[in-house]
Design a protein around this ligand. Structure first.
Ligand SMILES: Cc1cc2nc3c(=O)[nH]c(=O)nc-3n(C[C@H](O)[C@H](O)[C@H](O)COP(=O)(O)OP(=O)(O)OC[C@H]3O[C@@H](n4cnc5c(N)ncnc54)[C@H](O)[C@@H]3O)c2cc1C
Length: 344
């Protein structure tokens, strides 16, 4: 049986209390649903002396609309410009929320594809954004890791994946993030110093050891997503071993704004679960802008294939995962092509 180490559990009632505690105690970690942190603690990947529970902090709950300046507005208001999601909103709430389903369907889809129902009931969007990276040589018990020799993400100085490299290549594995990037979302990071807002794409860095710019004393408090133009179509697709529960082996989110004649005005594609940060596929405007989406599916799929080079960081063969990139890009884009265009 894997046992937890001893730690103190704190339940702040306000965001101010939570960030003050994190500032004061360097050996404290926030916990939301605990669906990632608890197994990782049992594996001795983290051994914080204090846990700061976020679910009792009221400011971190809910989904609401704001105007362009961030002031809350009623649903149906002409001034509505952003959907704001509190960090402790669970993945089940997110996947079922009528406003999210209507305005941000790829995000609702991604949230509904995390793990299985029990984990989605407990896991939160804040925890998903701050999910630790994953690797075959890291997500193992202390006993397993000791037997092989530790790796540079935890307690060692070698990467068992690349063998020579000094950089951790553990995989970014959070489902909601690729969708959030294609939707131009940003996060509010709150600490005892105040709030800073950063784009979700800029939130991540290519370093498997700690792959976000979040300081240890900062909390993700909210996610802000501009309401997409009605001409924007989106999709989220995911490859996993068992559809009922598993982490992604590959995940793809896409968004495209189409003109009335179905030509592409703007397109964005994010591929993840391969490297330490989600990959935004570049060069797509040149391929797609001004062309009908249905006519550029193959060219976009090939562009993604060229730019994705998975390593052996998770248990499934990297060459197969790479081969699946164009297959799933095609599937995502075909979901977005208007039915009329497909029929024609
Ligand atoms: C069997 C299994 C399958 C899973 N499958 C998937 C999957 O398919 N896709 C997927 O994306 N995830 C998956 N997960 C991982 C996890 O369940 C989800 O990512 C979930 O969203 C994590 O949220 P949480 O609230 O439980 O985070 P926690 O476990 O509470 O926290 C995760 C990390 O984020 C930090 N944290 C939490 N909230 C905040 C905050 N507001 N501000 C700053 N830091 C914070 C914690 O300190 C911790 O480091 C799976 C987990 C399990 C056990």
């Amino acid at each position: 049986m894997l046992r937890l180490h001893e730690y103190a559990y704190h339940r702040p009632a306000t965001l101010d209390e939570a960030v003050a505690f994190l500032r004061e105690h360097q050996d404290a970690m926030p916990i939301a649903g605990g669906t990632d942190l608890m197994p990782n603690m049992k594996h001795r990947l983290f051994t914080p002396r204090h846990l700061v529970a976020l679910k009792g902090v009221r400011e971190l709950h809910g989904v609401w609309l704001t105007d362009a300046d961030g002031a809350p507005v009623e649903e149906g208001s002409a001034a509505a410009a952003q959907v704001v999601i509190g960090a402790c909103t669970t993945l089940t709430q997110l996947s079922r929320d009528p406003l999210v389903r209507r305005t941000l369907p790829s995000l609702a889809e991604a949230a509904g594809r995390v793990a299985g129902p029990q984990i989605r009931n407990q896991g939160t969007i804040g925890g998903n954004l701050c999910l630790d990276t994953r690797c075959t040589y890291y997500n193992q018990s202390l006993f397993w890791r000791q037997a092989l020799g530790f790796c540079l993400k935890k307690d060692g100085d070698v990467c068992h994946v690349t063998r020579t490299g000094k950089k951790c290549v553990a995989a970014h594995s959070a489902d909601t993030v690729p969708a959030l990037i294609t939707l131009d979302a940003s996060v509010d990071l709150v600490s005892a110093d105040g709030t800073r807002t950063v784009g979700v794409n800029e939130f991540f860095v290519a370093d498997g050891e700690w792959n976000t710019i979040r300081r240890r004393d900062e909390l993700v408090a909210r996610v802000r997503i501009p309401i997409p133009d009605p001409a924007v179509r989106t999709a989220y697709v995911k490859v996993r071993q068992r559809n009922s529960i598993d982490f992604p082996l590959l995940s793809i989110a896409a968004a495209a704004e189409l003109a009335p004649d179905e030509t592409v005005r703007r397109i964005s594609l994010v591929v993840s679960a391969l490297g330490s940060r989600p990959r935004v596929v570049t060069g797509l405007e040149k391929i797609a802008a001004g062309n009908r989406l249905g006519d550029v599916v193959e060219a976009v799929a090939q562009q993604a294939f060229k730019q994705c080079h998975p390593l052996e960081n998770i248990i499934v063969d990297p060459d197969w995962r790479r081969a699946m990139v164009p297959v799933y890009v095609r599937r995502a884009l075909r979901e977005m092509v208007p039915a009329r265009a497909l029929a024609g």
